[in-house]
Design a protein around this ligand. Structure first.
Ligand code: AMP
Length: 506
């Protein structure tokens, strides 16, 4: 199933028996592998009739759940799926649709997402997704258009997934991941977790982020296992889902694990016999104390992994027993090759700290239309993660810091420059710098240091409301500090990394 010719999303689904459940909804209703393949074929035909061909970008703005999971599988089997965060504001949708050069946008038939209006203004056809059944059944209503230039099922080298990543630039970078990238990553994750057809993943991760798409969904489908695709993360319902749907594992970001722990502590008996085989954590650092509490609560191993959009998610992972889990580390390379690079480009031996670099079949070929970012991100064939770390003599990696400007808000990534730009649009703001402010529960929160124009007055609330009209909720600074001057680094240059410390909140 993983021969180069069949390294496609459709190829991943192909070998599994038609009657075996692939997707499941909250009520327990399932969609089998055979039905999922049919749904993908039908949706592929709707897309082709709408003028969408192989590798063409198709944006999806859909709520979490089995319909989103099925639609993602279907679109990525024919074209390039570009799931967008449903919480984006109008202009974020517009920027995303424009940077994608989207050929179509798929939204739920009864949705009132502002994405649809933006798409229409840009002349992008909006294709309604109609639910045709529980467990993920759907159809895409085509719009009449000429046949696409590149019709036919997706091939190995075609782009399957397009995701924006936050980073050092104000405009998010666009990461293309090929069919082969996704397949190699799905197989690597399935191997790390020893997934088998008997496994059932409880998916609580959003399906517009690489973690949920690969770590939960495609890894499971690669193994012929089942994904119980939940409407989102709801700590109150999590315990019930565990008891009723009887998953064998789940994957989440550390803040979700903490919320689950808080919830489960009130009623430990409810999850004592959960039957979970493993719990996985990724996308932000998992505190060893949280890992230990989870292992105690669920009586199963907790596997911390290290992932990144550009790597189609997993780069390293702690192993399952009997191999050793090392809390505080992200484990050993589990997908791509990994190394630690000095600023000179030389690879460093164990014990020395540098930039974590990766290369391999799951790594993107490079950002779309961004030669500067590509020149800065690839050195001697290695992709630079922007994370700082080291490995020990047994190959276990520890992340010690970050070289890139990024706020990791409990796994949700925010580009500080995007926030700066909006803050500076406010007429009362003379200077603004967003930064990663330490936060107990989230690890990091969006902070902003603001210098006001002479004589201007502005409350924190007013500024936050201003940003909230323009940016999705998770990007709105929760900590706003009005200062006389923004602290500079020793060279007189503004240094965003470490700004929290310089402002006395580090
Ligand atoms: P994303 O592209 O949203 O998956 O974000 C990737 C970034 O998340 C990485 O470059 C790291 O900075 C961070 N990250 C992912 N997994 C971990 C982890 N286990 N520990 C610490 N940081 C992590």
């Amino acid at each position: 199933m993983s021969s180069p010719e069949s390294s496609t999303v459709a190829g991943l689904l192909a070998p599994h028996p038609a009657g075996r459940p692939a997707l499941q909804d909250e009520s327990g209703a399932t969609t089998g592998y055979g039905r999922l393949r049919e749904l993908a074929d039908l949706a592929g035909e709707s897309l082709r009739r709408s003028g969408v061909g192989r590798g063409d970008p198709v944006a999806l703005v859909l709520g979490n759940g089995p319909h989103m999971a099925a639609a993602f599988v279907a679109v990525s089997s024919t074209a390039a799926a570009a799931p967008l965060h449903p919480g984006l504001r109008e202009r974020e949708f517009r920027d995303s649709l424009e940077s994608l050069c989207a050929k179509a946008l798929i939204v739920e038939a009864d949705s009132n997402t502002p994405a649809a209006g933006e798409a229409r203004e840009l002349g992008i056809p909006v294709l309604p997704l109609e639910r045709t059944g529980s467990g993920g059944g759907f159809r895409i209503v085509p719009v009449a258009a000429g046949r696409p230039e590149r019709a036919g099922p997706a091939r190995t080298g075609d782009t399957a997934l397009l995701l924006h990543t936050s980073g050092t630039t104000a405009r998010p970078k666009l990461v293309p991941l090929s069919q082969a990238n996704l397949v190699s990553s799905a197989l690597a994750i399935a191997k790390t977790l020893r997934l088998s057809p008997g496994d059932r993943c409880l998916n609580i991760m959003p399906l517009f982020h690489i973690h949920g798409l690969m770590g939960a969904l495609l890894a499971s489908l690669a193994a012929g296992a089942t994904v119980a695709a939940m409407p989102g993360f709801q700590p109150m319902r999590f315990v019930r889902w565990i008891r009723e749907l009887k998953p064998t594992w789940y994957t989440a970001v550390p803040t979700m694990h903490q919320a689950i722990l808080r919830r489960a502590r009130r009623n430990p008996k409810a999850v004592a016999d959960s039957g979970l085989r493993l719990v996985r954590s990724s996308s932000a650092a998992l505190a060893p104390s949280v890992l230990a509490s989870l292992e105690q609560l669920f009586a199963c191993p907790v596997i911390e992994s290290y992932g990144m959009t550009e790597a189609s998610h997993q780069m390293a992972s702690n192993p399952l027993p009997p191999a050793i889990r090392r809390p505080g580390t992200v484990g050993t390379a589990a997908g791509p090759e990994m190394a630690v690079m000095a600023p000179s480009g030389e690879l460093l031996p164990p014990g020395e700290t540098g930039e974590i670099v990766i290369r391999g079949p799951n790594v993107t070929a490079g950002y779309v239309g961004n030669p500067e970012a590509n020149a800065a991100s690839f050195t001697r064939g290695w992709f630079r993660t922007g994370d700082q770390g080291l490995r020990d003599g047994d190959g276990y990696y520890t992340i010690t810091g970050r070289l890139k400007e990024l706020i990791n808000r409990g796994g949700e990534k925010v580009s500080p420059r995007e926030v700066d730009e909006v803050l500076l649009e406010h007429p009362a703001v003379a200077q603004a710098v967003a930064f990663a402010a330490p936060h107990d529960r989230l690890g990091e929160e969006v902070g902003a240091a603001i210098v006001l124009e002479d004589g201007a007055s502005l409350t924190r609330r007013q500024l936050r409301d201003f940003v909230a009209e323009r940016l999705a909720r998770h990007k709105v600074p929760r900590l706003v500090l009005f200062v006389d001057a923004i602290p500079k680094g020793p060279t007189g240059k503004l240094k965003r990394v470490g700004l929290a410390g310089a402002l006395g909140i580090g």
